[in-house]
Design a protein around this ligand. Structure first.
Ligand SMILES: *Cc1c(COP(=O)(O)O)cnc(C)c1O
Length: 376
């Protein structure tokens, strides 16, 4: 089965009792048992048929065996982190999503799980950070907002050698472009709030693994801690995933054009986009991903200029989040990365005049003209 076909025909989402192509929304918390211990579903925290349909679909789409749906991306990441215990050490990509940074530094460290943030695109730096207590490496590639790329196959080899789990947050690339399990990862996580849902109407998180024992562990935690996705949201997310392929193809087309436009614009400094010739890890990205995604970051001369652009754009909406049908614009320094001290932010490369775009599905000519008028 090819990629777009799998999005439509993957998993077990039809309803065998009626033939409905769209799975019913089983708005049910509990299920009649035929006898003690004789049932398919017992209680909806443990399992609900609509959620199960989604979980089977994402498992197929990510080329794994077991999928798990959570109430948000952060609930999914928290459930995976619940696999670890006091004393464990985890290595994480240095410019991870802000919510992940907050979870690691303010929640996990209180439970005596220590974390090291390293530039995982630098294999030597990564290898040097491994200690006897290290249990896992947590990667985002490409990263937010600087689109740094980590070589997943190389990191998978290092992880295997040291008996570490490789966990990949695949939100930015989506399973349409990149399948980390096929490259050696053990667990894939998504904020399905973004591209998988795709319509700015849903908060959800997904976890996929191809390791039976890890799957058992994640299901145990999902049921024990209870951050599950509701039936109606599970149904909406299945609907979103069906069109992921066509959305990502069109977003890819629009994003390439915008990146090249910005790259030659006199008011623009640096453009961060893995599809540009000047991206240092373009080759690595192309080995592991079939597309470049819909995110672009670029610099203008100052924060004042960046704020001016934000004021003038018409089709780019000032909002957090990404991956939806509408194009979004944000300023990492005063918004998503405001909690990071300015010195550390600058040393990471997040300048005051850095602007981040999530390119949507509008006509690309309108998007380009909008940026043109906002930049002058
Ligand atoms: C948004 C996001 C998250 C968190 O997901 P929520 O659904 O907002 O809880 C995690 N990782 C990445 C890369 C994200 O963009």
């Amino acid at each position: 089965m090819r990629k777009k076909t799998r999005l439509i025909h993957g998993g077990k989402t039809n309803d065998p009792s009626t033939g409905a192509l769209s799975p019913p929304i089983y708005q049910a918390s509990t299920f009649k048992q035929n006898g003690v211990g004789n049932f398919t579903y017992e209680y909806a925290r443990t399992g609900n048929p609509t959620r199960a349909a989604l979980e089977s679909l994402i498992a197929d789409v990510e080329k794994g065996d077991q999928g798990f749906a959570f109430a948000s991306g952060m609930a999914a990441i928290t459930a995976v982190m619940d696999l670890f215990a006091a004393g464990d050490h985890i290595i994480i990509t240095d410019d991870v999503y802000g919510g992940t940074y907050r979870l690691m530094t303010q929640v996990l460290e209180q439970r005596n799980i220590s974390v090291s943030f390293v530039d995982t695109s630098n294999k030597e730096e990564l290898a040097q950070t491994i200690r006897t207590e290290t249990k896992a490496v947590f990667i985002e590639t490409p990263t937010n907002p600087l689109l740094k790329v980590t070589d997943l196959k190389k990191v998978a080899a290092i992880a295997k050698e040291h008996d570490l789990l490789l966990i990949v947050d695949n939100t930015f690339s989506t399973p349409y472009w990149q399948n980390p399990l096929a490259l050696g990862a053990d667990i894939v996580i998504h904020s399905a709030t973004k591209y998988l849902g795709g319509h700015s109407d849903l908060l959800a998180g997904l976890v996929v693994t191809n390791n039976e024992k890890l799957g058992e562990g994640i299901h145990f935690i999902q049921n024990a801690t209870g951050g599950v996705l509701a039936p109606h949201d599970s149904w909406l997310l299945i609907r979103g995933i069906r069109t992921l392929g066509i959305r990502m193809e069109e977003i890819e087309h629009n994003t390439k054009e915008i990146a090249h436009y910005l790259d030659q614009h006199p008011q623009v400094g640096h453009v961060y986009y893995p599809g540009l010739q000047n991206h240092p890890d373009r080759g690595v990205h192309e080995q592991q991903s079939a597309g470049y995604g819909g995110m672009i970051s670029f610099t203008v001369e100052s924060e004042a200029k960046a704020l001016d652009v934000l004021q003038k754009v018409v089709y780019f909406t000032l909002a957090e989040s990404l991956g939806a049908v509408e194009s979004l614009i944000s300023l990492p320094a005063p918004m998503t990365h405001a909690s990071i001290p300015r010195d550390r932010r600058l040393s990471l490369g997040i300048e005051d005049g850095l602007i981040r775009l999530s390119v949507g599905l509008e006509d690309v000519e309108d998007l380009r003209e909008d940026l043109a008028q906002a930049l002058t």
